[in-house]
Design a protein around this ligand. Sequence first.
Ligand code: ATP
Ligand code: SKM
Length: 306
Amino acid sequence: MEATACGWVVRFTPHICLNKSGGKETASVTLNHKGRKANGSIRHVSMSYLQCRRVPIGHKMRPSMELSRSRKDFHATTIGSSYFHASIDERWLLKTKGDEVSSCLDGRSIFLVGMMGSGKTTVGKILSEALGYSFVDSDKYVEQVMGGASVDRIFSQCGESFFRDYESEALRRLSLMPQQVVATGGGAVIRPINWEYMKQGVTVYLDVPLDALAKRIAAVGTESRPLLRFESGDAYTKVFVGLFTLSKKRGPSYASADVTVSVLDLARSLSVEDISDITPTAIAIEVLVQIEKYLRGDNVSTRMLP
Ligand SMILES: Nc1ncnc2c1ncn2[C@@H]1O[C@H](COP(=O)(O)OP(=O)(O)OP(=O)(O)O)[C@@H](O)[C@H]1O
Ligand SMILES: O=C(O)C1=C[C@@H](O)[C@@H](O)[C@H](O)C1
């Protein structure tokens, strides 16, 4: 049985067993997911069904269930149906989704693209754990190949196009390896050849509003971000203007990803006003949901490579 609502889908086989002992009716609920019992993660099961309908003793039923995402706090996700309600832990949902998507991916890697600060590293690490994949940051990969020189130093001493050549070579090599979540550099999308490498796996665009990106980056500084140091003004304005200029050039390229996860759309569907209330884990779950849809052909893309 499949539990669906608001885009998150989990497959369960729920069994409700009624037993009579000592004149009292008791009930037990077991939710199986791919043969594994999920009871341990379920915090609460309220069986309204049992209160309003008589069910033959020992009868097993398989009710349909709906899964809806929780608002605001994200501590739990609520499963609801006309029969019963249950709350499950967000981490459990991540792992469950991770297992499902992992089996559909058949070893294909995930390439996360998006502007600087969009959470490719943060969300990517969570995703890799959920999928049982390794995590690679392509900027770090280039730094290693360059004997530990920072991206910033490579830019200042050798120039951007030198860095881009190494970035392309890093993506080429990474595209040959299975079962990896790759956090790409923010500018990796600008070279068409990089798309050929990244499309060996599934490409995912993390779409985060510039205002949120500018706040995140201004908070940690621009020391390691050579492309954001040329504007004038306070830290936030400098970063915002720099990001705005880059995003104008890159918007169409990001749109070539197989899957787009818009943090703004996610916030809307969760009725969350402030996107900073959305945890990286919730974004990782949404990425898995969207990848699954893509692999099933639910969101057929007519977009062309740049
Ligand atoms: N969902 C989130 N909510 C709030 N802050 C976040 C979120 N995701 C990431 N951050 C913060 O934003 C900053 C940038 O995140 P991260 O390094 O993951 O982005 P990135 O896309 O890998 O950036 P870059 O391309 O520059 O390497 C970090 O300080 C991180 O803690
Ligand atoms: O957006 C960009 O062009 C960049 C993003 C970083 O990840 C680094 O790859 C580098 O600073 C360039």
